[in-house]
Structures are given as structure tokens and as C-alpha cells.
Write a protein that binds this ligand. Structure first.
Ligand SMILES: C[S@@+](CC[C@H](N)C(=O)[O-])C[C@H]1O[C@@H](n2cnc3c(N)ncnc32)[C@H](O)[C@@H]1O
Length: 244
């Protein structure tokens, strides 16, 4: 049973959305409403997972944290558009080497739900020096929050997809990518989990990186995550050599 066997969405992500909402997935108000409604419809907190949960992609994430030149130095992981996903807490729990996991989202409602959840049900770190934080942040402005070349791993599960699918979100997706490349270390990597076809996404990534001129060369790659109900999911990897 390959990774596709783990593709178990906790709910069908798009069934919560009307066509009008899908067109507006680049807007903070859309997500505030979504997280308010999904949390008020149940009494017990439940993580909402776009596409699939951590187990489907742990084999693509954890090796990047486990092989490092200085095992005692903490690696900084950033989950952009974390929503109420359990992905960040899972990394914090599973990494035996120290990590600082920052889970960032534009929706203060999602961020507060996660803060309340980990307060009520604390997550045990895999390493005593690890840190886990949830923070409200517009990922089009990562440079306001992080210094250049400071992040080791950026994870994007469905956030760029949501922006690209929206009516007015394409420019926003480009901005998020640009900001990611600015705050990533030269040894760092951006992982985008997506259901977009490689023909379209690779072309978009290569063009967007070239046009932004934040990198002299970008290495863009793709790996299939698996197939669920006839839909293929991919992991796009972007690394950038800084402009000299
Ligand atoms: C498709 S959901 C994915 C949520 C989560 N990553 C998951 O796997 O379930 C997209 C998320 O991106 C967030 N988002 C949209 N625009 C954003 C922005 N400019 N900055 C930060 N987060 C944003 C939304 O609030 C939403 O939580």
C-alpha cells in the first residue's frame, strides 16, 4: 500500500463551498466565514484537512528535517495558510531533531481555533528544544515577519491552489511565491501540495520565478503523492539559488 493508501480526507474539501466561495478563496472574509461556520457546527474541535492529512505526505516532509549537517541546530519550518490543519503540530510531534514550527494563516479565526486547541490538548514535542507557534499573517508579506534567507522549509498545502483558483488570486499567488523565495535559505525548499496538473503548475512556477528575478536559477520539481477518488495529488518542490 503506497502513500495513496493514506489519502483519507477528513471531509470532501470542496463540498463546503459554493461556486461563489470558490471564486473568492483569496479573500480573508471567505476563510473567516468558513472556519466560523465549520467550528460552530460541531461542539468538539476537529482539524480541517484540505486534500489529505499529514500521514499522506510525511515521507516527503520528514526526511528533509532528519538529514541535516548540524543535528543540534533547530530548523525553521513555516506552514503558509495552515488553517486548522494538524500538519504543523504533527511535524513538531514527530521530529526527533529540534524544529521551530510556525503555522501562519490570514484568518484570525483559524489561528485562534488552533491556539485554543493546543492549549486544551497540548502536543508533546519530539525534541524538548522544539517550538510550535500559530500566528495571524498575510503570506504576501512574509518579509515583514521573517528576515531574508531564514527559513529552512516552507509547506503550502492547498494555499496557492486556493489563490490560483480564485477570480482575483493569481497575482496574490505570485506574491506569495516571491515572498517564500525571499525568506527561504539557499539550502531551503518550498513544498506545494496540490491537485493541479504538472503541465500547468510547472509552467506557472518556472515562469513566475523567472519573472520575479528573485533567483538566478530556480529548481522546480514534482513528485506524485497519490490518487484519491480519481484525483491525482502532487508535491511541487521549489529551491532557488539567490541572485549573486
Ligand atoms: C485551501 S485552505 C488550506 C488550509 C490548510 N493548509 C489545510 O491543508 O487544510 C487555504 C488557507 O490559506 C489561507 N490563506 C488564504 N490567503 C492567505 C494569505 N494571503 N496569507 C495567509 N493565509 C492565507 C486561508 O485562510 C486558508 O486557511
Amino acid at each position: 500500500d503506497g502513500p495513496a493508501g493514506y489519502l483519507q480526507p477528513s471531509s470532501n474539501h470542496l463540498c463546503h463551498f459554493s461556486a461563489e466561495l470558490i471564486e473568492n478563496m483569496d479573500k480573508k472574509a471567505t476563510w473567516d466565514r468558513f472556519y466560523s461556520e465549520t467550528s460552530s457546527s460541531t461542539t468538539a474541535f476537529k482539524n480541517f484537512e484540505w486534500f489529505f492529512s499529514f500521514d499522506a505526505v510525511r515521507h516527503l516532509i520528514m526526511p528533509r528535517l532528519e538529514s541535516r549537517p548540524q543535528p543540534d541546530a533547530s530548523l525553521h519550518v513555516l506552514d503558509i495558510g495552515c488553517g486548522t490543519s494538524d500538519l504543523g503540530p504533527c511535524i513538531y510531534r514527530r521530529s526527533s531533531l529540534p524544529v521551530r514550527v510556525t503555522c501562519a494563516d490570514i484568518s484570525p479565526i483559524a489561528v485562534q481555533l488552533m491556539k485554543d486547541h493546543v492549549l486544551a490538548k497540548p502536543v508533546q514535542p519530539g525534541n524538548p528544544s522544539s517550538e510550535l507557534e500559530f500566528t495571524e499573517m498575510d503570506c504576501m508579506q512574509l518579509k515583514k515577519h521573517f528576515t531574508s534567507s531564514s527559513i529552512d522549509l516552507i509547506i503550502d498545502k492547498g494555499t496557492t491552489d486556493a489563490l490560483l483558483r480564485s477570480k482575483e488570486g493569481k497575482g496574490k499567488a505570485e506574491l506569495v511565491l516571491q515572498q517564500c523565495l525571499k525568506v527561504l535559505k539557499s539550502s531551503g525548499v518550498l513544498l506545494q501540495f496540490s491537485d493541479e496538473d504538472p503541465d500547468a503548475r510547472l509552467l506557472w512556477l518556472e515562469t513566475a520565478v523567472r519573472e520575479q528575478k528573485v533567483a538566478s536559477a530556480a529548481n522546480v520539481g514534482v513528485q506524485e503523492v497519490g490518487v484519491l477518488r480519481g484525483v491525482s495529488y502532487y508535491c511541487y518542490q521549489v529551491t532557488a539559488d539567490p541572485v549573486s
